[in-house]
Design a protein around this ligand. Structure first.
Ligand code: ADP
Length: 484
């Protein structure tokens, strides 16, 4: 695809590229330069309705294929995606802003979900239950749930899509995909890959445009059997409420507010390095990235000094520049949110150890300096709300009990991390953390082969792993009377 700003048909329904029925369009904006890079169709509920119809029509034939047959399409898509890794990474960076090295990593990660579910689709087993009645046989038969509506965010415009498409298609479901309006280009490229490998028409449909109107159609349409969503807790709740009338199944990956617990018996070099990787990857715009750092009192000074030393050498800029480590935030609202949380913390007594300003040097985009705050307290927004930006607050603690309480006081429960070299402490603390994911001396838990998902207001359901495909299956129970 040329990023030349020319209009292209950006929606894909029933195997055909098309435009929004309304004729409306919007532009994708490069968040680093604020240049308009491409126009795309801004569809609505009417387009979503057509896409659901197409997915419904395609469902029976797709579900009737053998798992092996479905797996071939996924495996071909995986291979093609890896062949196009460089091209796709450049598109991703241009529309989303993350440094190119991270974008390449995301494409590899995105492809890995297709590969893994190409394999896992062949291992969807049912069950035979020993009956208490000699005259009966009892079975559990897994079957695809039906038409799936997938709503995805802009922070990982490729991997959040394939993490849904992989298991959905492998299970035998058909899909209508609605990507975030900030990053439709990566979604278009993924659909083109499936088109190129010959996926039957209607199995995967793409609708870009107005989230409220498309979301409304997904929620109210009884033919949509599952909404799988990654995004904010607020929209997740709205989807739950709106799906009540049609009693839809929901799989929700929502917000996070991850704590990092650094104990005095940790490998400090590793803890500092990983804290930076977790906090500043994707400019802090990751639902599992470190949001608040709790450092044991006796090592706080050393930890902060080492952290700042490493952060000072980081280069801010346009992601396509190979030297850049930190790109822009996605849009103005994101920038204002970081600024607001920073000012709130300062007004309540925090100190700026590093950064603190909107970054303007020769750049037009939405850049904010990597920022470190100390003297932080629980009353500050940054310690209670998801930041989604390069703002790192450090609070100290004295005891294990105290820090577990601080970590758990949150309404979110997605990911938490701890650094310690003490095995007993690692297990003890891990078991008490109220989170769906815990990283022990590790901040990169998201992989295709493991179940990713939050508890509390961070969502429900799992993505990845054996568990990930279960979201897309109904377990049909069969009770059979036996004649002797
Ligand atoms: P963020 O605030 O990080 O952009 P959102 O939850 O708003 O997170 O966005 C995640 C996804 O949800 C995007 O694809 C967005 O278009 C979609 N979305 C936003 N509002 C709605 C809505 N009312 N109904 C359905 N989808 C929505």
């Amino acid at each position: 695809m040329q990023l030349d700003g020319q209009y292209e048909k950006s929606m894909y329904i029933n195997g055909l590229w098309c435009n929004a029925e309304s004729g409306n369009q919007e532009h994708v904006v490069n968040p680093a330069s604020l240049n308009k890079i491409k126009a795309f169709s801004y569809g609505d509920g009417a387009d979503a309705k057509k896409a659901v119809e197409a997915a419904k029509k395609a469902f029976t034939d797709w579900a009737n294929l053998s798992a092996r047959e479905r797996s071939k399409y996924l495996y071909s898509a995986y291979t093609l995606m890896m062949e196009k890794q460089e091209e796709l990474a450049r598109i991703l960076t241009t529309e989303q802003g993350k440094p190119l090295a991270e974008a390449r990593g995301e494409i590899a990660s995105a492809a890995s979900y297709l590969q893994w579910y190409a394999e896992e689709g062949n291992r969807v087993y049912g069950e035979i239950i020993p009956s208490s009645n000699k005259g009966k046989r009892l079975f559990v038969v897994p079957q695809p749930i039906g038409v799936v509506a997938a709503i995805t965010p802009w922070n990982f415009p490729s991997s959040m899509i394939t993490r849904k498409l992989g298991p959905a298609l492998a299970a035998g479901c058909t899909v209508v995909l609605k990507p975030a309006e900030q990053t439709p280009l990566s979604a278009i490229e993924i659909v083109k890959i499936f088109e190129e490998v010959g996926l039957p028409k209607g199995v995967l449909n793409l609708v870009t445009g107005d989230p409220t109107s498309i979301g409304q159609e997904f929620m109210s349409n009884p033919d949509v059997r599952l909404i799988t969503f990654t995004g904010s807790t607020e929209v997740g709740k709205l989807l739950m409420r709106g799906s009540a009338d049609t009693v839809k199944k929901l799989s929700l990956e929502l917000g996070g507010h991850a704590p990092i617990l650094v104990f005095d018996d940790s490998d400090l070099e590793q803890a500092v390095k990983m804290t930076i990787m977790s906090k500043f990857r994707n400019c802090g715009q990751t639902c599992i990235c470190a949001n608040r750092i709790y450092v044991q009192h006796s090592i706080q000074e050393e930890f902060t000094a080492k952290l700042m030393e490493q952060l000072e050498s980081m280069k801010i800029g346009e992601g396509l520049d190979e030297q850049v480590n930190i790109g822009p935030l996605i849009d103005e609202n994101a920038l204002l949110k970081v600024k607001h949380q920073y000012e709130d913390a300062i007004s309540k007594g925090a100190s700026t150890a590093l950064g603190g300003k909107v970054y303007k040097e020769k750049l037009n985009g939405y850049f904010f300096e990597p920022t470190v705050l100390t003297n932080v307290s629980n009353q500050m927004k940054v310690m209670n709300e998801e930041t989604f930006g390069p703002l790192l607050p450090i609070q100290t603690f004295e005891t294990e009990e105290e820090v577990i309480e601080l970590a758990n006081h949150d309404r979110y429960g997605l990911a938490a991390y701890l650094f310690t070299e003490n095995l007993n402490r690692a297990i003890r603390v891990m078991e008490k953390l109220e989170y769906g994911i815990v990283g022990i001396n590790d901040v990169f838990p998201a992989v295709a082969e493991a179940p990713f998902g939050g508890i509390k207001q961070s969502g429900q359901g799992k993505e990845g792993g054996r568990e990930g495909i279960m979201e897309y299956l109904e377990m049909k129970y069969v009770s059979m009377g036996l004649k002797r």
